[in-house]
Design a protein. Structure first.
Length: 70
């Protein structure tokens, strides 16, 4: 059951990183050139990344709970 515990911890950390990356895609949007793409172009990708991160993190919680029950 130690492997399930490690998979759970790794999934939770990976999900947290995905959530942070998805949030940072559009929040710190800096453009220094004359032709800057808008933040709206990155919005769908950032939302998908955040939702996938939440799903991965919840899967990690499930692995942790399952490893503790066995």
């Amino acid at each position: 059951m130690k492997t399930l515990f490690m998979i759970g911890i790794t999934s939770m950390v990976g999900g947290l990183l995905l959530i942070t990356y998805g949030y940072e895609l559009c929040v710190n949007f800096i453009c220094l050139g004359p032709h800057c793409p808008s933040c709206e172009a990155a919005e769908p990708i950032s939302h998908i990344t955040i939702y996938v991160g939440i799903a991965v993190m919840l899967g990690g919680v499930g692995f942790l709970v399952y490893s503790r029950k066995k």
